[in-house]
Write a protein that binds this ligand. Sequence first.
Ligand SMILES: Nc1ncnc2c1ncn2[C@@H]1O[C@H](COP(=O)(O)OP(=O)(O)OP(=O)(O)O)[C@@H](O)[C@H]1O
Length: 301
Amino acid sequence: MSNTPVIEVERLNLTYGDFHAVRDLSFEVRRGELYALLGTNGAGKTSTLETIEGHRRPTSGTVRVFGHSPQDRRAVRPRMGVMLQESGFSPDLTVRESVGLVGRLTRRTDDVDRLLDLVDLTDRAGRKVSQLSGGEKRRLDFATAVYGTPELIFLDEPTTGLDIQSRDAVWATVDRVRENGTTIVLTTHYLEEAQQRADRIGLMHQGTFHREGTVSELTRTLPAVIRFSLPTPTPTPTPPSPLPLPLPAVVDADGKVMVETFALQEDLHLLLGWAHEHAVELRGLEAGATRLDDVFRAISS
Ligand SMILES: Nc1ncnc2c1ncn2[C@@H]1O[C@H](COP(=O)(O)OP(=O)(O)OP(=O)(O)O)[C@@H](O)[C@H]1O
């Protein structure tokens, strides 16, 4: 049934010896969603993904993929594509041979030339994997995940180590793949990528969700921020005392003044009026809604 979640995780626990890496984690991923699993280092993202992918058994709790246990490889594997953090390609195979091998391993069918074109590796088809650049290898990894247009694709840090052009190229391909209704589960440390593209985000910290929701749900609970620098007064025999700001503010480690507010427009108006009246330049003025980076900082502080 199309309303059945593609992934259902219920009270998942994972332990490594005495160490409790994932605690009572529950979430669902719906059909066609791009779900980003983000978190601090060691939060338990990879352990969770490995369990959903069927590489690890839960210590307790249940995981269902397309309504099946991920251990049921025949039912689940042909329907999912996985891009791991590190590829397992043989360095001596050519790019074309490597892509072809994926078809045999996943039992999906596709046109190798179509895929090479999709990931912009057509002119590298005859090269050995060992001769590819880092970005080209990552695109080859990506080709293996999208081979046969599976219904569910896991992208584990797909753009790590890529330059901006290659990152854009990967995301353009993800967008194209999503047009078919493919469900994507993403992990990344580039928060802005998740912020721009994820339908929903699970924010993990120490084995469990710190928060889960859409980007706006996650950022809504935190104040917006106004940042600027004040010009340093030129030294004079009796330095003028600094003008009091019209709003409560703190100075961050870089010397920038930071105002946190739940009334961004009004407070910005007040601040600009004050600056105009006192002829003060607000250098590098920035104002905006809280970013995911700020949500992350709030978790770890
Ligand atoms: N095989 C293992 N044996 C023991 N501890 C492990 C094992 N694998 C992971 N851990 C520990 O479990 C915790 C979660 O690890 P995991 O790799 O799932 O986190 P992560 O969120 O993917 O981290 P990162 O963002 O740093 O890649 C970490 O503290 C890690 O040291």
